[in-house]
Design a protein around this ligand. Structure first.
Ligand code: PGA
Length: 247
């Protein structure tokens, strides 16, 4: 299993960031449960630069820019140079700030060029009875991958994060059956976009109100390869329980 801890802007204090990193180093078991931390950018450099532990780091977002006169932008190259090996792209909170499918496709190109593994977030705002949400998710995946080679497509991790389930609680998370169905569907879309042997290896994660109370139900028999965890990843006791339950 792969656990990506998306700290968002929940952690505003470097000493708390260090504590969460220390905890992650203690509980990570790479043979069964890999841990990737996605801290806010100022903390990421400070934590990742000298990291020799089994914990990896992700950027919460990267710029489409390749540097130059772009005040405030954080490029893929900058993240990679301080030891970041993953990049979250297309998170719904970034899409809400204007990231379109085309911008996200370019961010993926930038991440790959800096040798980082992109974690592409996709997910519908709401579910309708006609199943239009299914084609919405297909479109998000297709536009992000279409311009890439098969080898590049094979490196993308998909994080399915329905917006209606984000930032809530156990009761609002997806039901295991519905997740199983969606994971299967995403794999079908990937099988159309990749060579069969590669799509079978692609990782599909789930995110949206993953908590200690639902982690096992969501992990067992849904076919999911891991989780993108938001609010529970900044609570030491919840995060520890989640990682331990998956190890
Ligand atoms: P949540 O966030 O776990 O707080 O729902 C998940 C995410 O937005 O990545």
């Amino acid at each position: 299993m792969l656990i990506v801890a998306n700290w968002k802007a929940y952690v505003e204090d470097f000493s708390k960031a260090k504590k969460l990193f220390e905890l992650s180093k203690k509980i990570v078991k790479p043979s069964t449960c890999r841990v990737v931390l996605a801290p806010p950018t100022p903390f990421l450099g400070a934590l990742a630069l000298k990291n020799i532990s089994e914990v990896s780091f992700a950027a919460q977002d990267i710029s489409t820019s390749q540097g130059g006169a772009n005040t405030g932008e954080n490029t893929a190259e900058m993240f990679a140079s301080v030891g970041t090996t993953y990049a979250i792209v297309g998170h719904s909170e970034r899409r809400a700030q204007g990231d379109t499918n085309e911008i996200i496709a370019l961010k993926i190109v930038r991440a790959l060029a800096s040798n980082m593994t992109p974690i592409l977030c996709v997910g519908e705002k709401e579910r309708d009875r006609d199943g239009r949400y299914i084609s919405f998710v297909r479109e998000e995946i297709t536009t992000a991958l279409i311009g890439l080679t098969n080898k590049e497509r094979a490196r993308i991790i998909i994080a399915y994060e329905p917006l209606w389930a984000i930032g809530k609680s156990v009761e609002s998370a997806i039901l295991p059956n519905d997740l199983a169905e969606m994971v299967l569907y995403i794999r079908k879309v990937l099988a159309e976009l990749l060579l069969r042997k590669d799509s079978a290896q692609s990782l599909v994660l789930y995110g949206g109100s993953v908590e200690p109370g639902n982690i096992l139900g969501l992990a067992n028999s849904t076919g999911v390869d891991g989780f993108l965890v938001g609010h529970s990843s900044v609570d030491e006791s919840s995060f520890k329980t989640i990682v331990q339950q998956l190890s």
